[in-house]
Every structure is written in structure tokens, then in C-alpha cells.
Write a new protein. Structure first.
Length: 510
């Protein structure tokens, strides 16, 4: 973690600093290092570094102190709107007549094209459900909500048309999808489809991703709970079927592929969305008076087993199997926000555990992550989005050298939003300071003029190409765009909180 000693320790590079370690002195002399102006001993230690932004226009806003004003927030939002940074419309899937079909491709059009032919042109349930929730949460009475409903309706239609029959085969004992045979992964409900047509993608893919199903269930419930998209009969039936499926495969013990579609294990980040979905669906059934169209005890069994297993694993990501154990994984931030499926004590434990993932620019998915490691395209070949079996992953992991993990841009804004929720609840200034730190990091990562895919874009990740950190090919990533949008939304709520940020004496800002 980054350490500073407050304003008294901000020195010029030619001075000797005998009271500091060599590492501390080097950081203070780094021209890209932005010191934290604070007199608080408690807050003199920040969990992550804040570098100079790639966009000089954002430099004045990328800071920990003093707290932003609402006027400054509006200036940032206006700038990003003018530059199209958060415009997700470029990623809307369209049919051959050019009509919006509902879902979004994973990556939007950029200066080099629209990702046609790349796997990033596909529509993932996970990405789309987080996008849909973010659009609804940040614009509940406008076009964002309409796009959210269209997106979720398109996923429901895909599931009802193509995946319900797969689920019935599993529930009827005709298909066993819980083994280690990678060929059975295609027999699971598909978590990625062709957004332009609403059809299945028939190429082999690892579809054992329970978190994606959980995100769909949860987001569908959020729209219904807010009376934005009331449950129709077929949607209600689909949700009941999916809950029975998760119960049948014992998702709490299922070795799925997790958020990153990789090593087979019991992932806490997969259990969390499923548990959040169960809780939301129970609340919806109570509100509407509907009977849940699944086995009488399915929801109770799921809630009990998921809660028990989740608490055994957290704040880690994986403990089973031991060979794939992960003490920290940035996917867990989504359990804190927007799912809010863990309490504050556990949420803060997760945040503390994730310090190890926090890099100079953004956050590693997890340490020893070989995806987009140094010179990834040269090592992997023509398709950097290639999918891997468990055995192929072992070969890819051998390419990684310590400290060369890609730094992913979708986490910092969610960490910011989570600290925002804590601040809005408690009024504690340290939470507001952390909210601003991580929002500043998210803004600092917006691409500069030297990005080959274009300026003012939200990346999926920065990776090492030779010795320079550059955006990877999946730029802009719609998931990152919507995360930044949610982070700005939560900052507006924090700054508008009754009483507002605490006023501090001018001496504390010097």
C-alpha cells in the first residue's frame, strides 16, 4: 500500500529524507505521484496509489483532497459526455435492418472498428445484466431505464427460446453437467449469445458460469421490484426454472468457471450473485403475492446453503480445490456493490484483502493472472480473446512473470461506489475520501491521445507491451463504462448528502 506522511512530508526530489524508507522516498520523488494532502494520521495511509491521469484535462479533478464540489462533479460529467466517454450506445446490438435488438456487445466501437469477428462482439449475460442495472440505477425515469428493460427482455427471450429446453434436460436427469468433461459445458444454459440475432453461438464455450445466471435473476428482480418491468407469466416461469436448476446442480458446491471463465472451482463471486437473486426474488414474491413457480423448498435450500458456503469462503474467492485457491479476487467487489449481499464488516474485509490487487493504474483481477500478461498477443497468437480449457490454462499461466499481471479498469469505480454507500450511511469522512480516491483512479485511467483505439475511452485493462502499459484490444469496454457511470452517480449522492462533506480549515488543504 502507499504511504505518505501528510503535507509536512511533501519534499522536492533533491532533498534527503532520512526518516523515510527507500521505497517511500522513491514514491515521493516520482513525478507522477500525487501526494495526499491530509493532516489525519489515520488517513495518511491510503490503500492504492493515484497516478497522474492520461488526460491532462482531468488532472485537477484526480485528487483525494479537498473533497469535490457538486460543481466540479458536473464539470467532469459534462466533459465526459462531450467526449462520448460513457456513451454505451455504440455497443448496442442491431439487426440487419439497423434496429436495436436489446443487448450490448462486450466492447463498443473504437477508432479501429467495431470488433466484428472478435468474441468481444458477443453478448454476455453477466456484462449485460450489470450494464442493464447500471442504466436503470443511474437513469430510472429516462432512456437508460428503457434501454435496461430492452436488454433484460432480450436475455429473457433468448433464455426462453433456446435455454429452457436445456435446463429441462438437466432437471429431468437426461444430461449431467456437473462433471469435469469440458464437452458437457455446452449442455449448460448458455451465458453468451449472438446479440444481433438472439441466437445461440454454436462454437464451443465454457458455459458453466453460475454467477451469470445469478446476475440475470437479480437484475430482473430489481426492475420488477421498482415497478419498471413487472413480471409476466413466462418470465416468472423462467425464474422459477432457473432457481430449480441452481438447486439441482447444487450451485453452492459446483465447480464453475467464475467471473473470469477460467479455473474450475467453487467461487465466492459466483455464490454471491445467486444468493442476492434468491433474496431479491423472495422480496418480490412477498410484494406481489405470487407463488414461486419452483419446488416448495428450493428458495430456502438455496438461501441456507449459499449463505453457509459463502461465509466459509469469504473474504477469499476460492478455497476448493486447494490447487486453485485464491485469497483475493477483484470479482468480489461486486458482492459489495451493486449486489450488497455482504454486510459492512465483511465488505471491509474484502476491501482490505483486495489491497494486494491494487496496481499503479488499476487493479489486477487476481495475482498470478496470466490473461493479458506481458506481450500477450505475441505469445498467444492472432486471437487474444481465445478461450481456454483447464489444461490449456496451465500452459498460459506458465507465461506469467510476477508483477506483470494486467491492470483492469472495471474495479476502481465499483470500489468507489461502495465506499460512497458507506459514506452515505455513516457520514464518516474517511469513506468519502476513499470514494474520491478510487473515482479519481478510474478517471485517471481514461485513455490519452496516444491510445491506438482512440482518446477518452474506458478500457478493459492496461497490459505490458514490451515495457509500456497500454490499453488492451477490448477498448472501450462497456462494463467499465457503466461502472464509471455508477461511480459518478454515487458521488453525486454523497455530495448531496444532508450536511454534505465536512468543512475543513484552509490549513488542512495547504
Amino acid at each position: 500500500s502507499m504511504r505518505t506522511l501528510g503535507s509536512a512530508a511533501i519534499c522536492f526530489s533533491h532533498l534527503r529524507l532520512p526518516c523515510l524508507s527507500n521505497r517511500q522516498q522513491q514514491r515521493l520523488r516520482d513525478p507522477n505521484f500525487i501526494p495526499i494532502r491530509t493532516t489525519s494520521t489515520k488517513m495518511a495511509e491510503m490503500p492504492a496509489k493515484l497516478n497522474k491521469p492520461f488526460r491532462p484535462e482531468l488532472e485537477q479533478y484526480c485528487r483525494i483532497e479537498p473533497a469535490w464540489s457538486l460543481k466540479e462533479l458536473e464539470e467532469v460529467e459534462s466533459m465526459l459526455k462531450m467526449k462520448g466517454t460513457l456513451d454505451v450506445a455504440r455497443a448496442k446490438c442491431k439487426d440487419k435492418e439497423g434496429n436495436f435488438t436489446g443487448p450490448f456487445s462486450a466492447s463498443a466501437a473504437n477508432a479501429k472498428g467495431d470488433h466484428t469477428g472478435s468474441s468481444m462482439f458477443g453478448s454476455w449475460l453477466r456484462d449485460n445484466c450489470i450494464i442493464a442495472y447500471g442504466l436503470f440505477a443511474t437513469d430510472p425515469d429516462g432512456q437508460g431505464c428503457e434501454d435496461s428493460k430492452a436488454c433484460i427482455n432480450s436475455i429473457a427471450k433468448f433464455m426462453l427460446t433456446h435455454e429452457s429446453s436445456r435446463i429441462e434436460l438437466v432437471l429431468g436427469g437426461k444430461k449431467n453437467v456437473t462433471g469435469s468433461d469440458s464437452q458437457t459445458w455446452m449442455d449448460r444454459p448458455h451465458i453468451r449469445f449472438i446479440g444481433e440475432t438472439g441466437l445461440e453461438d454454436t462454437k464451443w464455450y465454457n458455459h458453466k458460469q453460475n454467477d451469470a445466471l445469478g446476475y440475470f435473476l437479480w437484475t430482473r428482480c430489481q426492475l420488477a421490484l421498482a415497478d419498471k418491468l413487472p413480471l409476466s407469466g413466462d418470465h416468472l416461469k423462467l425464474l422459477g426454472q432457473l432457481f430449480d436448476y441452481l438447486r439441482y446442480i447444487e450451485c453452492w458446491a459446483d465447480h464453475d468457471a467464475g467471473h473470469w471463465e477460467e479455473h474450475s472451482a467453487v467461487h465466492a463471486s459466483s455464490l454471491g450473485p445467486c444468493l442476492a437473486a434468491v433474496k431479491a426474488f423472495k422480496a418480490l414474491m412477498k410484494k406481489t403475492g405470487f407463488l414461486a413457480p419452483c419446488k416448495d423448498d428450493t428458495l430456502d435450500v438455496l438461501e441456507a446453503e449459499l449463505t453457509k458456503c459463502l461465509m466459509e469462503i469469504l473474504p477469499a474467492e476460492v478455497i476448493t480445490p486447494a490447487e486453485n485457491a485464491k485469497d483475493a479476487d477483484s470479482a468480489l467487489v461486486f458482492l459489495c456493490y451493486p449486489l450488497q449481499v455482504v454486510d459492512e464488516t465483511m465488505g471491509l474485509k474484502i476491501m482490505d484483502r483486495l489491497k494486494i490487487c491494487m496496481g499503479e493504474i488499476a487493479m489486477a483481477r487476481y495475482r498470478k493472472d496470466s490473461y493479458w500478461c506481458k506481450n500477450y498477443k505475441e505469445q498467444v497468437g492472432d486471437d487474444p480473446t481465445k478461450h481456454f480449457t483447464d489444461e490449456e490454462l496451465k500452459e498460459r499461466d506458465a507465461m506469467l512473470k510476477e508483477g506483470e499481471e494486467a491492470q483492469w479498469c472495471l474495479f476502481d469505480p465499483i470500489v468507489s461506489a461502495y465506499y460512497g454507500k458507506l459514506y452515505q450511511k455513516s457520514g464518516k469522512q474517511e469513506y468519502l475520501k476513499l470514494q474520491q480516491l478510487f473515482l479519481s483512479r478510474a478517471l485517471a485511467a481514461i485513455t490519452g491521445d496516444d491510445c491506438e483505439f482512440g482518446p477518452w475511452m474506458c478500457c478493459e485493462a492496461y497490459y505490458l507491451h514490451n515495457d509500456k502499459w497500454v490499453p488492451n484490444d477490448n477498448t472501450p469496454l462497456v462494463w467499465t463504462q457503466i461502472d464509471v457511470k455508477m461511480a459518478l452517480h454515487e458521488m453525486k449522492k454523497s455530495l448531496g448528502r444532508k450536511g454534505g462533506p465536512m468543512k475543513r480549515p484552509a490549513s488542512a488543504m495547504s
